[in-house]
Design a protein around this ligand. Structure first.
Ligand code: GUN
Length: 287
């Protein structure tokens, strides 16, 4: 029997607590947490993500200000907008949806966001803090994944965690968080030799590669806990489907528990974005 890790329900509870906190900030301090969401171009997946993020903000009482820029926006224009948002003390969080069009250097954009407002946790200062086991703004997907793991497993000490994927957004910060939780951590990636054998060692398997159903049932150690970060849009039997990086059906009966796609990590990412925005608003207030 494989349990489904219900990220949707966990995220809903987290959002309920955040809504109470936001209401208290408004009533007691007169502050409404506010996030600026910047979308450049018309990438369809990004549009869906941004729409969802803004809708969840409204549900917990966070103000969101959407900045939609055309696909041909220059890097200079985007950096100018970020400078304005950095200087606006009514804006507590800034999120620039990735990927960006080719003419814009992603690193330059991330560098230009004030670290205190970097609710994605991608800025060098926030990534560096995490690397020395300090938590400032922690990237949302890894943070949400860790919450699900600790909720299910309690103390993670000594468990072998294998993170498949080494991106700055998910793989690397996920590995840092698991290390901070005293796991033995392996980071595997596209060049890893005998990836299946490496995965089979995992008590905790985190898949963040962006390849539909790449992780097979026999790559999973019996009794492992599996976190599937993948959100892959595929067409199958003439239908559009959303599938993870793990073959969910094949994991049944092997894994002890697995996050579904959709309804697993995705809602946690958004809940953690709201959590980071509330934290940024609280950090910006005088003591
Ligand atoms: N694109 C895909 N995932 C993310 C994310 O977590 N944050 C931002 N800003 N863009 C993304």
């Amino acid at each position: 029997m494989t349990d489904k890790i219900d990220g949707k329900a966990f995220a809903a509870q987290l959002c309920e607590r955040l809504a109470q906190e936001v209401a208290a900030l408004k009533a007691e301090r007169g502050v409404t947490p506010c996030i600026a969401v910047v979308l450049v171009g018309e990438d369809p997946a990004s549009q869906v993500y941004v729409r969802n993020k803004i809708a969840r903000c409204a549900e917990v009482g966070i103000e969101s200000r959407e900045h939609r820029l055309t696909a041909d926006t220059s890097q200079e224009a985007l950096l100018e907008l970020l400078a304005t948002l950095n200087g606006d003390n009514t804006v507590h969080g800034i999120l620039v949806q990735l990927p960006l069009p080719a003419q814009i250097d992603e690193t330059a954009v991330i560098d230009a966001i004030s670290p205190a407002k970097d609710v994605d946790g991608f800025h060098l200062q926030n990534a560096g803090a995490l690397a020395v086991n300090q938590r400032r703004m922690v990237p949302c997907t890894p943070l949400g994944s860790l919450m699900l793991l600790e909720d299910r497993l309690g103390d993670l000490s000594g468990l072998h965690a294998v993170v498949v994927g080494r991106s700055n957004i998910v793989g690397k910060p996920m590995a840092q968080l698991l290390l901070g939780a005293n796991c033995t951590v392996t980071i595997a990636h596209s060049r890893t030799r005998d990836l299946a054998a490496v995965c089979r060692q995992a008590d905790i398997l985190v898949a963040a590669v962006g390849r539909p159903r790449m992780i097979q049932g026999d790559w999973i150690k019996p009794g492992a806990t599996v976190i599937d970060v993948g959100i892959n849009r595929i067409e199958e039997d003439g239908k559009k489907r959303l599938v993870g990086d793990v073959d969910y059906a094949a994991a049944q009966g092997v894994a002890a528990a697995i996050t579904p796609v959709p309804g697993g990590v995705g809602p946690m990412t958004i809940a953690c974005l709201l959590h980071n925005t509330v934290t940024a608003a609280k950090n910006a207030m005088p003591a």
